[in-house]
Design a binder for this molecule. Structure first.
Ligand code: GLU
Ligand code: ZN
Length: 467
């Protein structure tokens, strides 16, 4: 029997859903689905200044768009509700109280200036900067004296003096940190809000999360989080820190690399299946390399095959999965996908035929614009190279083409056969001038079906204009 695997995604609503975060969310989702456990969505919005409602709304919408449905979350509730950390203060308050009364935490009255000065002195003495323990041993009288001066305290966790914090990371293996290297850290900020170390760990335990997958950048936070959990007698989840997502140049993926958020890709017209197939293969080796339906992915997810090395995001790979996904989409799906990017088609256009015509020539919906223009709009003026091909064919060629068109009633095969006979041209020198004159493009969908869809008046006018 599989042991329980409950996972979660715990984003901070301080920005758009970054591809790197989407990846850890996806792996967490896959693991829960594979093992038949729960996948929880928790919003970590304790940073009041940087958290925004609009980012929370976007996050939920982008996750849904990807198809990562959760079993518990802010919109649907669940046994551990609420799922917004900003609404969990009561729980936190009770736990702060426990830590304090058991002398595992103490109020710290140091001002930012005090702390800065202390760090400076430590640096000068060649020591690593960490909290010096100034307020650890304040007497009750000293505390009330500070309080009476109106100083507001943070709450600091009392790190045990000579302990070892050990755990086995699911990706990085055995880890061991000496508590002596860790200064007493803040669990409650001056404004009463909980720090990340505290509420992130506490909520995972309270929500019954058994396996936490997250980015490598959190690996060194883990010993602090484990100390908090141990002090409160809460169950430790298992942590797995996956390698970060980098840009193609090996630096952390950022705006400089172009699109980096799920929303960017979504707005450009990438399909959710394409994004998922791409993420599935980023820093994760599975027993299959080929395209998978989302429903089939959990079965092929290998949590023990998550990479610790950082992984490079390369848009050309996403494009590959986009093509694979498009091939599998129905005519109706492609039609709905194209529609918002195209000018309204005329009533006479057979839309399904149009979709079948262009679907293999597009990666993104905007790529269909030239074919929409060719069939029911205005084609762009020819560039120099195209113009010289058309001019090279000459007006006699286009007069003959127009005649062949009329005689064949627009049937491409018949038309080109008689044009070949009339002009002696064949191959590229026959097709290319026609393609350019009719579509304005030197490449694109097959001309026979394209011509079938093109209104006769339009086809005639285009051939005529070069005759
Ligand atoms: N809110 C944290 C973040 O977005 C969560 C980290 C974690 O997954 O534990 O970085
Ligand atoms: Zn202090």
């Amino acid at each position: 029997m599989l042991s329980t695997v409950n996972t979660r995604f715990a984003p901070s609503p301080t920005g758009s859903l970054h591809l790197g975060n989407a990846r850890t969310a996806f792996f967490s989702y896959l693991w829960a689905r594979k093992a038949g456990g729960r996948f929880v969505l928790r919003i970590e919005d304790t940073d009041v200044e940087r958290s925004q409602d609009r980012f929370r709304v976007e996050l939920l919408s982008d996750l849904k768009w990807l198809g990562l449905d959760w079993d518990e979350g802010p919109d649907i509730g669940g046994p551990a509700a609420p799922y917004l950390q900003s609404q969990r203060s009561e729980l936190y308050r009770a736990l702060f109280h426990r830590l304090e009364s058991e002398q595992r935490a103490y109020p710290c009255y140091c001002t930012p200036e005090d702390l800065e000065l202390s760090r400076k002195l430590q640096r000068m003495a060649g020591q690593p900067p960490r909290y010096a323990g100034t307020c650890r041993h304040l007497s009750a009288a000293q505390r009330s004296e500070h309080e009476s001066r109106g100083l507001r305290a943070t709450l600091r966790f009392k790190v045990p003096d000579d302990a070892l914090v050990e755990f086995t990371d699911l990706v990085h293996g055995a880890q061991r940190f000496a508590s002596a290297d860790i200064g007493d850290f803040i669990v409650r900020r001056e404004d009463g809000t909980p720090s990340f170390f505290f509420c992130n760990a506490v909520d995972d335990a309270v929500m019954g999360i058994t396996h936490v997958l997250r980015g490598d950048d959190h690996l060194t936070n883990t010993p602090r989080q484990l100390m908090v959990l141990d002090a409160l007698g809460l169950r430790r989840p298992q942590y797995g820190h996956v390698g970060l997502l980098m840009g193609a140049d090996g630096t952390p993926l950022s705006k400089r690399h172009g699109s980096t958020s799920v929303r960017d890709f979504r707005e450009r017209g990438f399909l959710p299946e394409a994004v998922l197939n791409h993420l599935f293969h980023l820093g994760h080796t599975s027993d299959v390399d080929s395209w998978l339906r989302r429903e089939a992915m959990p079965g092929h997810f290998r949590p023990d095959h998550l990479g610790r090395a950082s992984t490079r995001f390369d848009e050309s790979q996403l494009v590959h999965w986009q093509k694979e996904s498009l091939q599998r989409a129905s005519t109706l799906q492609v039609r709905e996908w194209l529609a918002p990017s195209l000018p309204a088609p005329p009533a006479h256009l057979d839309l399904d035929a149009f979709v079948e015509l262009v679907r293999h020539n597009v990666v993104l919906p905007a790529d269909a614009a030239p074919w929409a223009a060719a069939l029911y709009g205005q084609i762009a003026p020819l560039d120099d190279a195209a113009r010289s091909v058309v001019d090279g064919a000459g007006s006699a060629f286009f007069s003959a083409a127009l005649e062949a068109y009329d005689q064949s009633n627009g049937d491409w095969k018949t038309m080109t056969k008689s044009l070949k006979q009339a002009t002696g041209k064949s191959g590229v020198s026959l097709f290319m001038p026609l393609r350019l004159a009719l579509t304005g493009q030197s490449h694109g969908p097959e001309l026979a079906p394209l011509l079938r869809l093109m209104p006769q008046a339009l086809a005639r006018a285009r051939l005529q204009s070069h005759a």
